[in-house]
Ligand binder design. Structure first.
Ligand SMILES: *[C@@H]1O[C@H](CO)[C@@H](O)[C@H](O)[C@H]1NC(C)=O
Ligand SMILES: *[C@@H]1O[C@H](CO)[C@@H](O)[C@H](O)[C@H]1NC(C)=O
Ligand SMILES: *[C@@H]1O[C@H](CO)[C@@H](O)[C@H](O)[C@H]1NC(C)=O
Ligand SMILES: *[C@@H]1O[C@H](CO)[C@@H](O)[C@H](O)[C@H]1NC(C)=O
Ligand SMILES: *[C@@H]1O[C@H](CO)[C@@H](O)[C@H](O)[C@H]1NC(C)=O
Length: 947
């Protein structure tokens, strides 16, 4: 019922986004949707409460033996017993709510196998036993399985049928070998009797982490089903969704994966496709499982006592990669070693970003820019959403409303700032618009150029596939066809830079799920829809938004039988944003070979982080949305992204006067997103940090200055992400997997191992709960040590404060902040040394020119290591000094947190520091050694004596 109602709401949204409707209507439509959703939620809550009030007759709960697999996952309604038994499945009336009543039997499903050992694993030839049809399709009688020892830490299990099949193209995602030394971490057991299964056991603990020996294994052309038993209920990941908790609710939840343009509110499939989960074993070991498949799918999560996952996939093959960690960090590192490490972002992209859809004209944009400068709020990047364009046409700007934009961008550049614009895949094809565009922008013929060079996606019957997005009727480049699309995209980016004269510093690619306001395509009579065939109307559809009652998969996107170079849209739909990111990356590389491209994408797939950053999409200015942003950000860390963040203050619905506190708290939290951007939708009140008066601006300025201060630390984390796959925004459980209390924490997080952020997420609250894992933790502002660890502590959190804590044992490099990174990068640097129980600490600094491509790969960087070789002695050691100018940068201040007393003597490079250069902050809890001049490209030592 719930799904059904929501599907109807979705129909409403589709109606209001039809051609010719104004953006205003879309806003109203979304508002309406929210109202409906809210009332629906309230209704459900009441419904549940009523149920509790009136005791129901006690049911006999039949506990099934072992994990079970739903045989009738049709979502729109429950099956009847007869329907169930007609499928050859087992019916039990008396199971608890949410537990499927109709489940597969072990006796009549699955496969039997002949197994051959190979030098790197096994191959198996499978033969079906039992039921032979599913959703009207034949279940393949024979299947093949390769089990490959991929590394000592990872293995690959690939199921594929005889003959031709689709799989994710190599060009889209090349899997690298995972390095590994030492002994293999796992054993593989092939279960032969009574039916085929594969089990993977961690040798060190004997825990079986993956075991497919469950009923219902089946492969057909458009329906593949496999289940695996888990060693524990601690499951994280699968995306992209608006999960409301980081640790999954395993109680028969279903999550669908199929890229989709929809606001992150309900549990639907969102912009990205991330078929990856991490499972934490009871003892704190972690395994990560990636299914290399780009087709639509859903996963069922099953609770204790038989935790399990069931995959239902509607195409391609099952190609699993299993990484054994054993720590969560190591598991992610192995994963990104295989799929590709996240890109190294330019230094300036770690600054603060500001954007809105609907500045409307350059006058307003200048006004906002001026007030940001006036308020002294640091900002590195100004963004342009679709309204800078002439009638929403890519790589044009409106010469009336934005007259003077090229000069404004020059002015930004002169002040040390950057400018990035949005580009959508939909290329305007409306003849009148195309004509007018060439008057607004002489020499603009993007549509005709694409047609002439066969750039666009074609329909199944060989015509241009026409849809409808912001410029009205549109056609779409086939970004999977690099040979034509890279030159095309590059040419028109260059047109924007050279002919339009707007010198952009990066690109923002949106609507690349791909979104299409009409479901499907226009026919010759401007009717819309798709041909009725097995691709557009597949026999089984996962529980994706808009699936409707009539079995359409093309809701708000292209027809599934449209043709792309990588395959039919049915197979490659969820790769569209990934391919657009790849092509944009290649184009920007060609345009500026020396520069690091910066791309922000909404849609994504495993591996996209190599090319682009991701933001969490069109969220809303509501209190409930703030905690969800942390969850989304941390999930993307598991998916191997380092540059991620949500729209600070929310995109839709605006900051009404009552919500200014929300925007303030969000600004404090957003200051510590790896990607920190405030972004606002059209027609709402301005929400830049300078829009709400002096007090707000002062608090925003202060917290953003704290971010800027720690940019050398964050940049070094980005380096470790790019080089080794370490996470930047890090769940507490990644550092403390043995501490069960951390496993569900998703309202506080770490940047790297050492910097803990605990934001206020509740309206009116002036305190916040903070859990401190084992170790030493210091209040960043006062140096005060937290006295009780392994406990939740209530901390003061007045409006002007976000709680930040530094973990003992770490050295964090910092730099005096400034209004942007061009200016801050020349400022004096410092070190925050937070000592652990043994007065030890370590850390490092990665430094380069901040903007050149592959400085690490070329060795053009400086790497400095900080280490307490013995207690009371810190060495600062240059471990790599490539050709990089450090412009006389020096550590001028060193702060010690966690000394029990004021030191009697401090020495720098063996020389005693005079009293005049040591001061004490807080209640003498921070020892600050200042007025030093320790060039960052030289070795130094620091020692102190405490009596
Ligand atoms: C396994 O091998 C036996 C003996 O060669 C053969 O009869 C049987 O058909 C094979 N089964 C499969 C699934 O290939
Ligand atoms: C793994 O396999 C080896 C060799 O067959 C065996 O000796 C060992 O006991 C196995 N370990 C586990 C935990 O299954
Ligand atoms: C895998 O599951 C099957 C069925 O429950 C069980 O018989 C088998 O022992 C399991 N294998 C391992 C290694 O745990
Ligand atoms: C610019 O847009 C604003 C709305 O943001 C409007 O009030 C103003 O009149 C416009 N100015 C010009 C010069 O068009
Ligand atoms: C793309 O160009 C390369 C190099 O010219 C060529 O080898 C390849 O076949 C082309 N691919 C397609 C799909 O046309």
């Amino acid at each position: 019922m719930e799904n059904h109602l929501k599907t109807e709401d979705e129909e409403n949204i589709d109606k209001v986004t039809k051609k010719g409707t104004t953006r205003r209507n879309i806003v109203l439509g979304v508002l309406l949707l929210i109202c409906l959703a809210v009332s629906l939620t309230v209704g459900l809550v009441l419904h549940f409460q009523k149920k509790e009030d009136i005791p129901e007759p006690k049911k006999i709960i039949q506990i099934r033996n072992g994990a079970s697999v739903n045989c009738h996952p049709d979502h729109l309604r429950d099956p009847t017993q007869i329907e169930c038994e007609n499928r050859g499945c087992l019916w039990s009336e008396s199971v608890e709510e949410r537990v499927p009543k109709c489940v597969y039997k072990a006796e009549n499903t699955g496969y039997i196998a002949n197994i051959t050992q190979t030098p790197t694993g096994y191959t198996a030839r499978l033969r079906r036993r039992g039921i032979s049809r599913v959703y009207g399709m034949d279940i393949h009688e024979y299947m093949n399985v390769n089990i490959e020892t991929y590394s000592t830490h990872a293995l690959r299990i690939k199921f594929y049928p005889d003959g031709k099949f689709y799989e994710v193209p190599e060009e889209a995602l090349t899997m690298n070998k995972v390095s590994g030394t030492g002994d293999r971490l796992y054993n593989v057991t092939i279960v032969r009797e009574p039916y085929f299964g594969i089990a993977v056991t961690r040798i060190s603990t004997g825990v079986t982490i993956f075991n497919t020996t469950l009923p219902g294994l089946m492969f057909s052309e458009q329906y593949i089903q496999m289940s695996t038993k888990l060693p524990s209920e601690y499951v994280y990941g699968f995306g992209e969704h608006n999960h409301r908790r980081l640790l999954h609710d395993m109680n028969w939840k279903t999550w669908s994966i199929f890229t989709r343009d929809v606001a992150p509110v309900d549990g639907w499939n969102l912009y990205g496709a991330q078929p990856t989960y991490m499972n934490l074993e009871e003892d704190g070991n972690a395994n990560l499982v990636f299914l290399r498949n780009s087709n639509g799918m859903e996963v069922d999560l099953q609770p204790k006592p038989n935790p399990a996952i069931t995959y239902r996939v509607i195409g391609g093959i099952l190609d699993f990669y299993i990484f054994l960690g054993p720590t969560p960090e190591k598991a992610v590192q192995q994963y990104t070693e295989a799929i590709g490490r996240p890109m190294m972002p330019p230094y300036w992209s770690l600054g603060f970003h500001l954007c809105r859809w609907g500045y409307e004209n350059l006058t307003t944009l200048r006004t906002v820019h001026d007030r940001m400068v006036e308020a002294g709020v640091p900002q590195d990047v100004q963004w342009g959403d679709i309204d800078y364009m002439y009638e929403h046409l890519d790589f044009t700007y409106d010469r009336v409303r934005y007259q003077g934009l090229p000069d404004f961008v020059k002015q930004l550049h002169d002040g040390g700032q950057k400018y990035i614009v949005m580009a959508d895949p939909g290329i305007g094809a409306d003849p009148e618009l195309v004509r007018n565009a060439s008057i607004n922008s002489p020499g603009y013929y993007m549509y005709a150029d694409g047609v002439n060079n066969s750039v666009f996606i074609m329909t199944a019957d060989g015509k241009l596939m026409r849809g409808n997005v912001w410029p009205g009727e549109t056609v779409f480049p086939d970004f999977s066809n690099f040979n034509t699309t890279v030159p095309y995209w590059q040419k028109w980016i260059n047109f924007f830079r050279k002919e339009e004269g707007v010198e952009i510093d990066g690109l923002w690619v949106d609507m690349n799920e791909p979104a299409n306001f009409i479901g499907g395509q226009y026919d010759d009579n401007q009717g819309t829809g798709c041909e009725r065939n097995k691709w557009n109307y597949p026999p089984f559809i996962p529980n994706v938004l808009g699936r409707g009652t009539d079995g359409r998969l093309f809701n708000k996107t292209f027809c599934m039988d449209a043709k792309q170079h990588w395959g039919i849209h049915y197979d490659v739909h969820s790769l569209y944003g990934h391919s657009m990111s790849m092509v944009t990356h290649k184009a920007l590389r060609n345009i500026s070979p020396r520069k690091r491209p910066f791309i922000l994408t909404r849609s994504n797939f495993p591996g996209t982080a190599k090319y682009a950053a991701h933001w969490l999409g069109d969220n809303q200015s509501q209190w409930r949305q703030i905690p969800w942003s942390i969850i989304g950000m941390l999930e993307y860390s598991i998916f191997g992204f380092t540059m991620v963040g949500a729209d600070v203050c929310g995109f839709w619905f605006g900051i009404t006067p009552e919500l200014e506190e929300l925007c303030l708290r969000w600004t404090q939290l957003g200051a510590f997103y790896p990607f920190a951007r405030n972004h606002n939708a059209v027609n709402f009140r301005h929400q830049d940090p300078a829009a709400f008066g002096d007090k707000f601006a002062e608090i925003a300025r202060s917290v953003l200055m704290t971010r800027y201060k720690f940019l050398p630390y964050i940049y070094t984390l980005m380096f470790h992400g790019h080089a080794e796959g370490k996470t930047v925004a890090r769940p507490l459980l990644f550092e403390f997997p043995q501490d069960k209390a951390t496993l569900s924490i998703d309202r506080q997080f770490l940047l790297g191992p050492a910097f803990m952020v605990t934001p206020v997420l509740v309206n009116g609250s002036r305190t916040v709960d903070c859990y401190f894992p084992e170790g030493r933790w210091f209040d960043y502002y006062t140096g005060h040590e937290i006295q009780t660890t392994k406990e939740t502590v209530v901390l003061d959190a007045p409006l002007e404060k976000i709680n930040l804590h530094i973990r003992g044992g770490y050295v964090l490099p910092w730099q005096q902040p400034a209004n942007n990174t061009v200016h801050s990068r020349g400022k004096p640097m410092g070190l925050l040394v937070a000592l652990d129980e043994n007065h030890r600490a370590s850390g490092d600094l990665f430094w380069d020119d901040g903007d050149s491509f592959e400085t690490r790969e070329k060795g053009e960087y400086l790497h400095v290591k900080f280490e307490t070789a013995k207690s009371n002695f810190l060495s600062i050691e240059v471990i790599h000094n490539g050709t990089v100018s450090t412009d006389g940068l020096a550590f001028e201040t060193i702060e010690l947190y966690g000394l029990s007393r004021i030191p009697a003597e401090v020495k720098v490079n063996g020389r005693r520091v005079g009293r005049g250069s040591v001061r004490y902050q807080g209640a003498n809890e921070i020892v600050q050694i200042f007025d030093q001049h320790l060039p960052i490209d030289q070795n130094h030592t620091l020692s102190w004596i405490v009596f």
